[in-house]
Design a protein around this ligand. Sequence first.
Ligand SMILES: CSC[C@H]1O[C@@H](n2cnc3c(O)ncnc32)[C@H](O)[C@@H]1O
Ligand SMILES: [Zn+2]
Length: 430
Amino acid sequence: MTTLRIADGQVLRPDMTIERADVLVDQDAGTILDVGDVDEGDVGLDAEGDLVIPGLVNAHTHVAMTLLRGYADDKPLDAWLQEDIWPVEAELTAEDVRVGTRLGVLEMIRSGTTCFADMYFDMPAVAEVVEETGMRAMLGYGAITVGQDDEAARQELQDSLAFAKEYDGAADGRISTAFKPHSLTTVGEEYYREFVPEANEAGLPIHFHANETEGEVDPLVDEHGERPLEYADDVGLLGEDSFIAHGVHTDATEHELLAERGTAVVHCPASNMKLASGMAPVQDMLDAGVTVGLGTDGAASNNDLSMFDEMRDAAMLGKLAADDASAVDAPTVVEMATQGSAAAIGVDSGRIEPGANADLAVIDLDEPRLTPGHDLVSHLAYAVTGSDVRHTVCDGQVLMRDRTVLTLDEQQVVQDATEHARALVDRAEE
Ligand SMILES: CSC[C@H]1O[C@@H](n2cnc3c(O)ncnc32)[C@H](O)[C@@H]1O
Ligand SMILES: [Zn+2]
């Protein structure tokens, strides 16, 4: 057995306590073997003076949108998508998606994220990047039927199902998949009624955007005579493995429904603030027993993929939404970015315990901004930034050692992304 010992760090345990310990990893199985005083195995990563945390789980993103970072800002969701994003996305090639995904994965590895849930186009290209970079991911093709004739609409949903069936378990099990219709408003009811049973029969999780803006709720209520998530439940979308993105404009009835069905919510605070979509009632959801994870959404509505920024935003916005400074506290957001996100997307990561996936990040605490160290969980939520991450490990393999990413050529990735982004925008503006 090949092992990796992460020695002498301060380790964040699943109950949000911190203890000095070594972490021993089985690199063949990609799992954690032991946490404590471990003598066996050579020291693979020195973590003395560092904080060892579970790799962060970005539970909702569109990674290749890194190519559109800063392309269109300061608009609400509908105008942003329709006037700027969808026209340029119509010009995307599979190579653009590959290059943009490499840039996003580079950013994530550098900021301690080891797993992400992606919904986008050209998903085989995303899967290739996951395979080559050693990340873990939960992938799905985002199907949209509005504006399509019946044949094209049905093809969209078939494509989403086919990708999910073909790629589940790829990259030595690091890829899992879901059926991912884009949203409750961009996929017609008849298509949900036809294709959701097939996804359920195939045992596929389902992921979609829901209740993101106030403007989308009223038309859904008018059309279906019930709250959006009641409608989602009627068409079979709310299962135990399913997870929705955003859930900003949700009420108590919907929280109860989500908790009953075991459907998780992925909170995307930065995107919700930037697009002025609103403040999700996160503390209410948690109090109702809903599993809540955290996601960055795409880099064009954030504008980065750092889960540390997302934790801070979630804590700050959660307090404003609840009008209560004690709401969505530091341990809660750290739990959301680790165990909550992992549970939402169905991966056994997000906790440093024997048996769990060996997905870890090591944070350098030797930084004025992180001094003094009264409470390291508070630091994780409010003070650590992505650049404090020193080592990143996924599936037992070291992806970044001493701030050098080992599975990507950083300079090449940045150069390719710059060129592809420029050419993409030129094509769109021709
Ligand atoms: C069909 S692939 C995914 C699709 O979603 C778009 N998108 C990016 N951010 C958001 C958001 O906040 N709400 C809804 N849709 C979003 C992305 O640009 C792709 O077109
Ligand atoms: Zn999204």
